[in-house]
Design a protein around this ligand. Structure first.
Ligand SMILES: Cc1ncc(COP(=O)(O)O)c(C=O)c1O
Length: 415
């Protein structure tokens, strides 16, 4: 990273960016600098093409036949394999289905069931809340199960891991701070005491290279509407290591996970392989949208994504601290790019107002209570000049005090 940087330098960085052409595969509104792809990824014409085809040809013309002729029935597994390539999962271990929250429930319950003599679930106190809520739900199904939380029961997750632990539910990247965990090391630590581990990859899939198989992970879940650009409410995914497939019983035993769904039998027999994580009929149009979004990744080098992600986030931190340092912003989360996901957060006592003022000026990030302003950097469509311009706007809002205008204090949902 250069000590001083100017507009010409960031333009040169864009010109030399090997991912630059990917931006043309997305639709970005005029006048918007979009730094919220870590919440909802941008739209792509490829997604609309798939939707159009699925609706007007397959549904409208083929009707029910499309379950077979268009491969609708097999889509959860086919898309799972396609996505698996982005998270280091060999085929047959990933399935696309349902929502992240529901998948957490399925996987966590299944993992707990695989350790019947253990009673502890470990999670992070500052986890994305749904993970904790679902963990509470799972714990309530087996009397005596306790939840141990990092930041509440001990300062670090490592200190909570012992022989009583059945399963650890942990985020690879923290949604608020962007802190990245060492997947291989924590998985190894869990296995040393006989515990299982579930990785939440919501802020990882499509943001940086992940090696689930190589890390010897047990399970993972994640969403596809952030860095994978599958669209609002796009279906989520589950990874389960092949070695567990025969031992795992997930609680939402719907007919799509049955060994013989079309035999319409009276009682449940789990299907083989990753299919047993399915529950019921899947949202075909959303799946087809996701297919369009995943196809884009066939042409993407994840190492280049990571390199650019670190460069973008480093540049943002450097510019914000140099130009806005006098206005009460404090970096929240790692300074070392290698310990960071693809997002940067700053604390500001009036973060809510600052973010609303930014959004009004076309710089879209988001706010997380009580005082975090959060910016996501999606290497496929964010450039270095975007970073430069976003910081210019931020500096102006802080220097002029524009964020203090009364209308920004009115609480509305900030993305
Ligand atoms: C870490 C994490 N887990 C889970 C979720 C959400 O799950 P769902 O898609 O079920 O709403 C999010 C959403 O932002 C998240 O950041």
């Amino acid at each position: 990273m250069r000590a001083t940087i100017d507009l010409a330098a960031v333009e040169a960085m864009d010109a030399a960016d090997p991912l630059r052409a990917m931006r043309d595969r997305f639709i970005l509104p005029e006048g918007v600098i979009y730094l919220d792809g870590n919440s909802l990824g941008a739209a792509a014409p490829a997604v609309f093409n798939e939707l159009q085809k699925a609706a007007t040809q397959e549904w409208a013309q083929d009707l029910i036949r499309a379950w077979n002729t268009a491969g609708w029935f097999d889509m959860p597994v086919a898309l799972g394999d396609q996505l698996g390539r982005l998270i280091g999962a060999a085929s047959g271990q990933t399935v696309v289905c349902d929502t992240t929250s529901i998948n957490i429930y399925k996987v966590l319950h299944a993992a707990l069931g695989m350790r019947p003599n253990r009673s502890v679930i470990v999670a992070e106190g500052d986890s994305f809340p749904t993970d904790l809520y679902m963990a509470e739900g799972v714990a309530s199904t087996r009397p005596g199960t306790v939840l141990r939380l990092e930041g509440v029961d001990a300062p670090t997750i490592e200190e909570l891991i012992d022989e009583r632990v059945a399963v650890i539910l942990v985020n690879h990247v923290n949604y608020k701070t962007g802190q990245l965990r060492d997947m291989a090391a924590l998985t190894c630590k869990a296995h040393q005491v006989g515990a299982l581990i579930v990785w939440d990859l919501c802020h990882t899939a499509g943001a940086l290279p992940v090696e689930l198989d190589a890390a010897n992970a047990d399970f993972a879940i994640g969403c596809t509407y952030k860095y994978l650009n599958g669209g609002p409410g796009a279906p989520a995914f589950i990874y389960a290591a092949k070695r567990h497939h025969d031992d795992v019983h997930q609680p939402l035993s719907g007919w799509w996970g049955h060994a013989r769904p079309f035999a319409f039998e009276q009682s449940y027999t789990a299907g083989s392989g990753i299919r047993r994580f399915l529950c019921g009929t899947q949202p075909v149009l959303s799946m087809r949208a996701l297919k369009g979004a995943l196809d884009i990744w066939d042409d993407v080098d994840m190492a280049a994504v990571r390199k650019k992600s670190i460069a973008l986030t480093d540049l943002f931190i450097q510019l914000v601290e140099a130009r806005c340092g006098a206005y009460g912003l404090e970096l929240e989360g790692p300074r070392d790019g290698n310990a960071r996901g693809s997002q940067v957060s700053f604390l500001h006592p009036h973060g809510y107002q600052v973010m609303r003022a930014l959004i009004e000026r076309g710089v879209i990030g988001d706010f997380r209570a009580p005082s975090t302003i959060r910016f996501g950097f999606t290497p496929l469509y964010v450039g270095y000049k975007d970073v430069w311009q976003a910081v210019e706007v931020l500096e102006d809002i802080l220097r002029t005090g524009a964020w203090q205008e009364a209308r920004f204090a009115v609480k509305t949902a900030v993305t």
